[in-house]
Structure formats: C-alpha cells, structure tokens
Design a protein around this ligand. Structure first.
Ligand SMILES: Nc1nc2c(c(=O)[nH]1)N[C@H]1C(S)=C(S)[C@@H](COP(=O)(O)OP(=O)(O)OC[C@H]3O[C@@H](n4cnc5c(=O)[nH]c(N)nc54)[C@H](O)[C@@H]3O)O[C@H]1N2
Ligand SMILES: Nc1nc2c(c(=O)[nH]1)N[C@H]1C(S)=C(S)[C@@H](COP(=O)(O)OP(=O)(O)OC[C@H]3O[C@@H](n4cnc5c(=O)[nH]c(N)nc54)[C@H](O)[C@@H]3O)O[C@H]1N2
Ligand code: SF4
Ligand SMILES: [Mo]
Length: 573
C-alpha cells in the first residue's frame, strides 16, 4: 500500500507500507526506492498513547471536555500550528479556531522572507521541475545542504558542474568543482559582485531584459554601488573565484538551488531577491535547463477550503504568555522557536494545550496534551516545495487512542454549534480534483514544464536598494544554525552539540556557555574543521534557540535565527 512521508522536507517521498514496515517506493521517479533515517526509524519514537491533564492520564473525551470548558471561559486564544506534518488536512483546525475568534499566526519560522523576495521580483514563486535541473549544465547550490535536507535530488546533479556557496565546507562542497566558503550573510554582496562581472562584459541578456523586466538601469546603479575590493573583502573569498563563477554562469545553462540558509536574516527578502535579480539579468527564467529554485510555493493556484480570515500575529514573535490559552498543534516551539527562555516562560504562564505525536519539550510544559494520529492513521494529501509531484496519503491503520485533525475539528465544531464539516474524503477530493497529471503521477496545479516561459504576470522587478544595519564587526562568532541530518527540526535523532572551529581554543567534550544579547545556554563542544574561523554551528533541534532573536525580518514575516553574533565561554571543571 502506498502513502507518502508527512515530514516537512523537500523530498516528499513516496512510501510503501508493507508488513508493518515503511519502504521507499522503487517505482517513483524521485524517491527511487529509498527513504532516510527518519522514516527508516519512524517506529523507534513512541507515539503518545493517551491524553494527559496536569500530568495525569485521562480519556480523549475528558480532554475535549476540559478544552471546551476552558475555551468557553477564556478571552484570548492562540492557535499555533507548526510543520510537524505538512499534509494539507492539517490546516482544517484553522476552520474551528477562526470561527471562535482565536488569534492565528502569519509568516513563518522557515521560508517566508525568501518567498516574499521572489514575489517582489517574479510575482510568483513557481517550483522548478526536475526535468529542468536534469537539462542544466551548471548547478549552483546556494545555502542549501542537499546532502542532509534534499538528498533525493543528488542523481539530478550527476554530470553537472557543481558550485557550492556556503560558509561551511559541507560534504557536497567537498565534492564540488568550486566551493565559495563565504562569510555568513554576505550573499547579497556576492550576487551583486557576480552581476558586476556580467555587466562589465556586457553579457547580460538584453532581449530578455527588454521584454520581461523593468528598471534595469536602477539595478545597474545598485550593483555598481558595491565597490569591488572592499566588497570582496567582506565576502571573504578570492576575487578571481567570483570572476570565474561569473564566467561559468555566462557560458552555461545554469540552475540555482537556493536554500533556507541564505535568508535567516533581517534582510533575507533582499538576499533572495538579489540572487533572483542576478538570474534575471542572465535571462535564466523561461529557458530550458535554467532557473532558480527556492522552497517553492505549494499554495499557488490552489483553492484551499481551509483558508480562513482571522486575526494573526507574526509567528516568530508570538508572546505565548499574552494568551489565556495557547493551542499548539504539530509544533514544538519550546525548542524550535527563537528565544527559548521567553517561549518557555510564556507557555508556563498560559494554559497550554499540545495536540501532537510525542511527549516533547512543549508537551511536557503543557497543561493538557491531546494525542494526534500519525500519518498512517488518517487520510491526507501532500505537496512538495522541492519538486512537482503530489502524493496521496490514505488511511492505512486504526488507532483508537488518538484523534486526527479532521476528527478533532468535527468534534469541536459540533460542541460549539458551528455547523457540520464535509466528509473527510470530500476535502481530499477538493485537492485531488485540482491536480494535473504527468504520466502516472499527480503534479501540482501550478505545474508548468518550463515555468515563466511566457514571461511574468508583470515585468520582473529588479532589486535596487537594501537596508542592512547589522554590525558585522561586533565581537563574537557568526551563528550558523542549519538542519541536522537525522532529525527533522525537533523530531527524531537530534544533534545537540555546539560545533566550533579548530582555532577556538576549545576541545572535544568541553562544555561551553554560548551567549548573545537574547540569552545563554550551556552546550557540549565538538571541533569541526569544516567551519570558518569566524563561525560556530549548532543544528536546529539543539538548545541553541536560547540565544536566537525573537524577531522577524524587515518585512515582518520570517524568523531571523542567524541575525546574531554569539560569545563562547568555556565552563571550568
Ligand atoms: N535554531 C533553529 N531553529 C529553527 C530552524 C533552524 O534552522 N534553526 N528551522 C526553523 C524551521 S525552517 C522550521 S520549519 C521550524 C519547525 O518547527 P516545528 O514546527 O516546531 O516542527 P517540528 O520540530 O518538526 O515539530 C514537531 C512536532 O509536531 C508534532 N507532530 C508531528 N506529526 C504530527 C501530526 O500528524 N499531527 C499533529 N497534530 N502533530 C504532529 C510532533 O508532536 C512534534 O513534536 O523550526 C524552526 N526552528
Ligand atoms: N535532514 C533534515 N532535512 C530537513 C530538515 C531537517 O531538520 N533535517 N528540515 C526541513 C525544513 S523545515 C527545511 S526549511 C529545509 C531547509 O533545508 P536547507 O535549505 O538545506 O536549509 P538549512 O539546513 O537551514 O541551511 C542550509 C545551508 O545554508 C548554509 N548557510 C548558513 N548561513 C549561510 C549564509 O549566510 N549564506 C549561505 N550561502 N549559506 C549559509 C548552512 O551552512 C547550510 O549548509 O530542510 C528540510 N529538510
Ligand atoms: S524526511 Fe525527506 S528524505 Fe526522509 S523519507 Fe521523508 S521526504 Fe524522504
Ligand atoms: Mo522549514
């Protein structure tokens, strides 16, 4: 029986469930028969078997009674939904919470800054189909750790010239033709330098610029405002390497795979827009074997029955302590939100309800825990932000001890007299009906073999200014906080260490206090030769969010985990 991995991952694997085992679908063109650690060890992480109130086991019925009563006697209710499972049915709970006047969230902890940057330039953030990556000659992996987060795409990079832009010497970087190990948060400057080399040689795509873009002259002035020598010094790589990469881009069919890493900053929108502007100058949109692929917008052109109007607060800034009830679904904010101390104190202050799979840190702080069904125990459908394929996720198992998001919503709508939901399968059908077909497979409603072939809805709009007030010279290390190999954010096998450069004066096994203006935390140290001397690294899912800023980017939609420098102090034995 086939289903799909529910996790928030580029790959969206097609899964075969056989004799109680999860296997990679051999026939699927992208999954190609293998999964990863997370699904291979899915059953090693025990699912909640019961509801809990103040630490005591209670029945599901009783849990819902308590929730109903509590909602009826409360004013301010927060519905905070994360990405523990990215199936479309997960957001059905929005219907209930919007109807009772709860506050929902806007923006994200993830990719909203980059998404906005792309929309400002191209209008729409279309997904680059795999066949265009296959047809390319040069692949630039820019702030995406493909070996960990997107490894099913590796076969598509075979035989291409590979360039990696990353402050860390990742395994992919070690195998690339070129690795630009730049200073963190200098990607915008690098994009401008590359554009300057193209411009100096008059190699911009004039016909494309004329037909599909506007205000190129302002962009030309903007890139010229970045002076070669000081900017290259700031980026921290050899000018000749930048010139060489520009040459390659001028000559070859180029695909740029942009990851989350470039945009965890206050100016994240502008960074992604600057990369897009470089691509537009070279005419990389609407051409075979070319394109820029960020985390694509899966909601494009989709009629979504769960889209609601509601009062919303920026997700990364949520003050949990300001609500009477915080209903947390599919998320572990005690670990994954910035500024963990503030988050944990807020959660303790309010009446916290967790609707999830595990007894994670947030569940342990919660007053009421409601167990959710896992992806095998309910019906759903999932899209991918990394490729065009869509997968159905039929219900394959029973579980009397937990609720699906549909069941929860239906029950609560009933209790509050808010009307009937459609049947579960009808909702799935609303999504399925909108899909396109490619061979035997479903693909996104917005799928086009060659995106932007007919140009953009409105002319491409180049970047021509940026505000960046971060003081790069302040004391401390840059913080790099990417995704761990065997975890998905806080789920599965986390990597708890603080990785430091060889010259930090610390040793493996030392304990160190990492601190910033936002907080501090003690962690165990590991040396990592792959780091620049000015960086430390701690993965998502570690305790590092004690030091990250509880703020959003300049446009107010995204977390900025890396907009900070940190100090390291060895703890004496
Ligand atoms: N330092 C640092 N922090 C980060 C990041 C980073 O790179 N560095 N990345 C950020 C990013 S990109 C993201 S997307 C966020 C993600 O952060 P979260 O949204 O918090 O995601 P997870 O940690 O995967 O949340 C997992 C919880 O979802 C629950 N869950 C799983 N499946 C289901 C289900 O089917 N139903 C229900 N109801 N619950 C379920 C489980 O109980 C689990 O504990 O983290 C952000 N935090
Ligand atoms: N194994 C695994 N897979 C995952 C996840 C997971 O937790 N674990 N999480 C999923 C989720 S929610 C998301 S959003 C995606 C994100 O997956 P990716 O897009 O790969 O994002 P990250 O892992 O956050 O960071 C990617 C790279 O950016 C680099 N980087 C950091 N700062 C900078 C910078 O300033 N400039 C440049 N050029 N590079 C920089 C980091 O060193 C890292 O190698 O992965 C998904 N897949
Ligand atoms: S986490 Fe990603 S790579 Fe692993 S099985 Fe799920 S979709 Fe595939
Ligand atoms: Mo994410």
């Amino acid at each position: 029986m086939k289903t799909a991995c529910p996790l928030d991952c580029y790959d969206a694997c097609s899964v075969v469930f056989e004799n109680g085992k999860l296997l990679g679908d051999k026939t699927h063109p992208f999954t190609r028969g293998h999964l990863c650690y997370k699904l291979n060890h899915y059953f090693d992480y025990p699912q909640l078997q019961s509801a809990y109130f103040e630490g005591e086991q209670i029945s599901l019925e009783k849990a819902l009674d308590i929730l109903e009563e509590k909602i009826k006697s409360s004013q301010e209710i927060l519905h905070f939904r994360g990405s523990g499972n990215v199936g479309k049915m997960q957001s059905i709970t929005d219907l209930f919470f919007a109807s009772i006047g709860a506050t929902l969230t806007e923006g994200s902890l993830c990719d909203a800054a980059g998404q906005f940057g792309i929309e400002q330039g191209r209008g729409k953030n279309l997904i680059l189909p795999l066949e265009q990556i296959e047809k390319s000659e040069l692949v630039i992996v820019w702030g995406r750790n493909i070996g960990y987060t997107n490894h099913h795409i590796l076969p598509y990079l075979q035989g291409k010239t590979l360039v990696v832009i990353d402050p860390v010497k990742t395994n992919l970087a070690k195998n690339a033709a070129m690795h630009l190990q730049i200073t963190p948060r200098t990607d915008l400057e690098l994009a401008c330098m590359l554009a300057r080399f193209v411009y100096m040689q008059n190699k911009e795509d004039e016909a494309f610029i004329e037909e599909h873009t506007e205000d190129f002259n302002f962009y030309a002035d903007f890139i010229k405002s970045y002076r070669m020598v000081p900017t290259t010094e700031k980026i921290g790589v050899d000018l000749l390497d930048i010139a060489t990469l520009a040459e390659l881009m001028m000559e070859m069919k180029t695909v740029i795979l942009v990851g989350n890493g470039v945009q965890k900053y206050a100016h994240g929108t502008e960074v992604v827009r600057a990369i897009d502007s470089l691509a537009a100058m070279l005419g990389l949109f609407g051409k075979e074997g070319c394109g820029v692929s960020f985390l694509g917008d899966t909601s494009l052109g989709l009629e979504d029955p769960f889209r609601v109007k509601a009062r919303r607060v920026p997700k990364a800034e949520v003050d949990f302590g300001a609500y009477d009830i915080c209903f947390i679904q599919g998320s572990n904010p005690a670990v994954t939100m910035p500024s963990s101390k503030r988050v944990q104190e807020g959660l303790k202050k309010s009446f916290t309800v967790v609707f999830g799979l595990y007894s994670d840190e947030t569940a342990q702080l919660a007053d009421l825990v409601i167990p959710a069904k896992n992806f095998l125990q309910k019906s759903d459908i999932r899209f991918s932000y990394g490729h065009e394929f869509v997968e159905l996720m039929p219900k394959l198992q029973e579980n009397e001890n937990a609720l699906s998001e549909y069941e929860f919503t239906k029950e609560m709508m009933g209790r509050f007299g808010l009307g009937e939901l459609k049947a579960e399968e009808e909702y799935i059908e609303i999504f399925t009906q909108q899909l396109k077909k490619k061979g035997d497979y479903f693909v996104l409603p917005s799928y086009e073999e060659l995106p932007y072939k007919e140009g953009f809805d409105e002319s491409f709009c180049f970047i021509d200014e940026v505000e960046d007030e971060f003081d790069m010279l302040q004391e401390g290390y840059y913080l790099i906080t990417p995704k761990a190999k065997n975890a998905i954010n806080s789920q599965f096998k986390r990597d708890p260490y603080l990785y430091v450069p060889l010259r930090s004066g610390l040793h493996d096994g030392d304990r160190a206090v990492v601190s910033s203006e936002w907080g501090e935390v003690e962690m165990e140290v590991r040396l990592l030769a792959e780091l620049r001397d000015d960086c430390v690294l701690a993965y998502a899912g570690s305790a590092i969010n004690f030091v990250t800023p509880p703020q959003t980017d300049q446009h107010g939609n995204n977390a900025i985990f890396q907009e900070v420098k940190v100090k390291i102090q060895k703890v004496k034995e």
